[in-house]
Design a protein around this ligand. Structure first.
Ligand SMILES: C[S@@+](CC[C@H](N)C(=O)[O-])C[C@H]1O[C@@H](n2cnc3c(N)ncnc32)[C@H](O)[C@@H]1O
Length: 514
């Protein structure tokens, strides 16, 4: 695409002032060096690396107290390296009483046996404790073991949606008592729960902690019985064989089932490692990163603004007239440029566009200035609106229409409020209420903000009801990023609305009685 007649909008170039042209949007950054950095950091770990770096240090002090089992053992890499810590002349005895491995694939069982032999375990002994078995279907009987079981595993992950379409063989696992679970790893967890296992270390997809409908049920059922004592969350691909982001979760069975809050620390591993405290509450289906949801449900006002997303080409065609408006065409995007065209609309529609200049970026562009948030179409793209001419996507810029009509000042207040609150929740939750953009290949993790999250956060500020004086205070709090101050205004506004509604009801009741 040629790049002439460019004008600047907030640092983004636009081919200017013609009826048709192109506007450049913030592009995603160039990540050429990232691959190398990842290599340095040890991307694509094997299960043995995971075991040595993250699991062994947690169990090394009580190796003789448990029977170490893996019901989905593959080549045995999460358990057999325990033998490194056992004196050679004691290994066979240790193995007999402390190690039990299973896999549904004969090839895996054979490899596990060979691996055990490499540690000095004779074939006959290895073969007794490493067995071919479909453990999802037939849970082994551990009653006669001398020691309590400690399950360390990386179970199969296969999402029910995929199974229904492509792997019917696995559908049977989701019948009867497993109905409602969404992935094979969830069936594995429930099997351990039903067999009363006390301690587990699972390598599972991070959607277990952060997912919504894919994992609400398993968290609700599982966390009634288990605590999570520690987790290591990988925000990047670690295994060669799966693109799924995974976490290592350390679970301990509770003394009694309860729905008390669960608190734990996790290490989040990305290009750097941070330690973070998590608080899981039954009210939010024990979902990690739930502070955002708590806020939007607590501060949902009785009379919120009405929000509509998207401007479609049909509306433009229905409102033809004599006033020109410049609209960005989100379906025409190439090499970082959006096309814009001029359309002739009638006055009411022109006024409607002018009074609704906000749009939402649902997806981080990868640059700070282009993070998810609410922006102004004029300021960013130099146009009057954003039109969808073909298919609506959730990830392109989306125009927002608000009822009732707001003044310019109120729109600005709403936009700034939204962005300050969004950044605040991103900071305190490390963006966990947002969805990680799947195709992100960078060490800057791009996040996706849902339209329903956008609507709900906008609705928490009933700017059309707030008094001039409170708006002034709110402006100060927003500028100072004083979140407690902002919450005070929201609370007092909600109280005022409730009183006003009660008064209204009371007066109509009186009028009816008279
Ligand atoms: C993700 S791999 C993990 C292997 C090993 N734990 C590791 O981390 O290296 C999952 C393993 O579970 C096995 N598996 C899948 N379904 C199974 C079932 N129903 N019963 C037993 N093993 C199963 C697969 O054969 C595979 O070896």
């Amino acid at each position: 695409m040629e790049k002439k007649n460019c004008a600047e909008y907030k640092g983004f170039t636009s081919k200017e002032n013609k009826n048709t042209g192109y506007v450049r949007d913030i592009s995603t950054p160039d990540y050429t060096s990232v691959k190398n950095r990842r290599r340095d950091f040890g991307a694509h770990m094997t299960s043995v690396d995971i075991f040595k770096n993250f699991i062994f240090p947690e169990i090394k002090d009580f190796l003789y107290d448990y029977a170490w089992i893996d019901l989905f053992a593959g080549e045995g890499n999460l358990i057999l390296p325990i033998l490194d810590a056992i004196q050679i002349n004691k290994r066979i005895e240790f193995f007999k009483e402390h190690i039990f491995l299973f896999d549904v694939q004969k090839e895996m069982v054979d490899r596990s046996i060979q691996n055990a032999q490499r540690y000095g375990i004779p074939y006959e002994v290895a073969r007794t404790n490493i067995q071919l078995r479909d453990t999802l279907q037939n849970y082994p009987d551990f009653k006669r073991l001398k020691y309590p079981c400690y399950h360390i595993t990386n179970p199969p992950y296969l999402y029910l949606g995929y199974i229904v379409k492509k792997s019917e063989r696995n559908l049977g696992y989701f019948s009867n008592q497993n109905e409602g679970y969404q992935d094979l790893y969830q069936v594995a967890l429930m099997n351990d729960l039903r067999h009363n296992l006390q301690r587990l270390i699972y390598i599972i997809p991070t959607n277990f902690l952060f997912g919504f409908s894919v994992s609400n049920k398993i968290r609700r059922d599982f966390f009634s019985f288990y605590e999570i004592t520690k987790a290591i969350i990988f925000e990047r691909k670690i295994f060669e064989f799966t693109g799924t982001n995974v976490c290592i979760c350390f679970f301990e069975r509770k003394n009694h089932p309860s729905n008390q809050e669960i608190n734990f620390y996790a290490l989040k591993v990305n290009s750097k490692i941070i330690k973070k405290k998590y608080r899981l509450s039954v009210n939010d289906c024990y979902r990690a990163g739930g502070e955002f949801n708590e806020f939007i449900s607590y501060f949902r006002p009785l009379e919120p603004l009405k929000i509509k997303f998207y401007l479609t080409i049909d509306e433009i065609q229905k409102n033809k007239g004599k006033i020109p408006v410049k609209l960005l065409d989100v379906n025409s995007f190439s090499n970082g440029y959006f096309r814009f065209d001029t359309y002739m609309v009638h006055k009411d529609f022109h006024d409607k566009l002018k009074s609704n200049p906000l749009f939402v970026r649902t997806l981080d562009t990868g640059k700070w200035e282009g993070r998810c948030g609410i922006y102004n179409v004029q300021e960013i793209f130099g146009v009057d609106g954003i039109v969808v001419k073909k298919k609506k996507y959730r990830t392109h810029p989306i125009q927002i229409f608000i009822t009732p009509v707001l003044s310019e000042c109120d729109l600005l207040l709403l936009k700034d409020y939204f962005n300050v609150m969004l950044e605040y929740f991103r900071e305190i939750t490390d963006s966990e209420f947002l969805t990680t953009f799947k195709y992100s290949s960078s060490d800057y993790i791009r996040k996706y903000l849902g339209l329903s999250q956008t609507r709900k956060l906008l609705e928490t500020l009933p700017v059309h009801l707030i008094s001039a004086e409170d708006k002034k205070r709110l402006r100060t709090f927003i500028n100072q990023k004083d979140i407690e101050g902002i919450k005070d205004i929201l609370s007092s506004q909600n109280r005022k609305t409730v009183s006003a509604l009660l008064l209204k009801d009371f007066i109509s009741e009186q009028l009816r009685n008279n």
